[in-house]
Write a protein that binds this ligand. Structure first.
Ligand SMILES: Nc1ncnc2c1ncn2[C@@H]1O[C@H](COP(=O)(O)OP(=O)(O)OP(=O)(O)O)[C@@H](O)[C@H]1O
Length: 451
């Protein structure tokens, strides 16, 4: 693609232009100062020559869709969106550092830092997928860093969906694109996102993308040809062998051989953190549009790896994205390699049962699609809380339980036991549903009073 001069910054009421931050395939990003509240912001302005009624309408529906993801702590905050006086759609975003994408080639990230970033960003991606949204452009440059040092995923799919043309012009980043995307067999699936996520992990740690040869020819055509031929360079970094296995699985040539979704891959990354003896980063999953803080003081056993389905950190609504039919993903039911790591708050097996009372069980027996339904949840008072148990209604390897408390906490786990702490006399309730492919079936609820 020929080099292009940046477009002129539009006059935006309430904002003062400062300077350009960067050029993208379909938009330029400028630093503006917002007048009230007074703060620096990054404003992404679409190129005038791409804008027509179809693009305007796609832009509107996509940024509205992104409102569903706005609360995730590892997704870039978009403050607002509109159309400038001269007709160009624009997004007003949190100003971030582009350091990760800028520096990985010169100075690959330390392994522990890369793992932490990828677990956080993986939680964001899994959340987007569960909301029916693909990113379509996962790459190091789309992981930005907030002023408080948190990695955030930026640039959800607008570019890839706004216009057609050659890969580069259409916003496809070849070094991080799965072979089936480069072959135009698909515009994106969960499996292609797993490939790009794996390629991004590879890049951050190795300092080059998987098909890049140091000192070799690494133009778009050469990289594309190597990716199509599955000519992936050895992952020769000083890291536990398990990490190389994870990368190999994510970058498998056949989509069916890759991770079924981002979550099991991120759990495997947590296992590497555990193996390395570094803090295990929680996976933030937003299953529902909670609006409250979920920090309810529920205890997590020290030997379990944390997965939180957390409440929204209140953030301004809206980012750009593309809704997809996840069911059309080219996935096969390959089991995640590390089962059971998502279980949290479990441990009732060893709990002291104070009363022999099995209380309550509200069974909901409706079958929702093919998702199995937990028939009955039994609530038993235990020391300082309630132990909830249920029978496996027939989960397959990729399924999990979504356990939701009345307080709004939710966790994803594979175990059939869930323990909740509470004060004496307090009534505790949970709802247990099966989660399959990002969708939850009907739930069974149980409540009991803490002795
Ligand atoms: N929120 C932000 N804060 C600071 N800089 C940003 C922000 N968003 C984007 N940028 C800068 O603007 C440049 C262009 O952003 P954009 O998202 O359009 O680029 P891209 O991802 O490289 O292109 P494309 O969208 O075509 O794939 C980025 O490379 C980055 O340097």
């Amino acid at each position: 693609m020929a080099a292009r001069l940046p477009s002129s910054p539009p006059v935006l009421p309430g904002f003062t232009h400062v300077h350009i931050l960067g050029k993208g395939g379909f938009a330029d990003v400028f630093l503006y100062e917002q007048n009230l509240p007074r703060r620096p912001v990054a404003v992404k302005v679409m190129h005038a020559d791409l804008v027509d009624d179809r693009v305007r309408s796609a832009f509107r529906s996509e940024v509205n869709l992104m409102g569903r993801l706005s609360a995730h702590p590892s997704i870039l905050t978009v403050y607002s969106a509109s159309v400038s006086g001269d007709g160009r759609p624009y997004l007003v975003m949190e100003l971030c550092s582009t350091e990760i994408g800028d520096r990985f080639r010169q100075r690959p990230l330390e392994l522990d830092e890369a793992l932490e970033i990828m677990v956080r960003v993986g939680g964001a991606l899994e959340t987007a997928h569960r909301a029916g949204t693909l990113h379509r452009d996962i790459k190091p440059a789309n992981i930005l860093t907030t002023a408080f040092g948190h990695p955030v995923l930026s640039d959800f799919g607008i570019a890839a969906n706004m216009h057609l043309g050659d890969h580069e012009a259409a916003g496809v980043s070849v070094p991080w694109s799965a072979p089936e995307v480069l072959r135009d067999e698909t515009a994106g699936t969960i499996a292609s996102e797993v490939w790009s996520f794996g390629a991004t992990l590879y890049s951050l740690v190795a300092g080059r993308s998987p098909a890049e040869i140091r000192g070799g020819r690494n133009g778009t055509d050469e990289l594309s040809a190597r990716i199509l031929a599955h000519d992936i360079q050895p992952f020769d970094v000083d890291a536990p062998r398990t990490l190389a296995t994870i990368v190999r699985k994510a970058l498998a040539k056949d989509p069916a051989d890759r991770y079924l979704s981002i979550l099991p891959m991120v759990e495997d990354l947590q296992a590497v953190q555990e193996e390395m003896g570094v803090p295990v980063t929680p996976i933030d999953l937003q299953e529902r549009p909670w609006s409250r803080d979920l920090d309810t003081g529920v205890e997590e056993p020290a030997d379990e790896l944390p997965v939180r389905v957390r409440a929204a950190r209140r953030r301004a609504p809206m980012r750009g994205a593309q809704q997809i039919d996840i069911s059309s993903s080219t996935q096969a039911a390959t089991p995640p390699s590390r089962k059971g790591l998502v279980s949290v708050l479990v441990g009732a097996a060893t709990a002291v049962v104070l009363g022999a009372v099995a209380i309550v069980a509200v069974a909901v027996t409706t079958i929702q699609g093919a998702i199995p339904v937990v028939e009955e949840v039994v609530a038993e008072p235990v020391d300082g809380g309630i132990a909830f148990t249920w029978t496996d209604p027939g989960l397959v390897d990729a399924d999990s339980y979504l356990v939701t408390t009345a307080a709004g906490d939710a966790v994803i786990q594979r175990a059939t036991t869930f323990r909740l702490s509470g004060a004496s006399g307090e009534e505790l309730c949970v709802t247990v549903a099966v989660n399959r492919d990002g969708r939850s079936g009907d739930g069974a609820e149980a409540c009991a009073e803490v002795p």
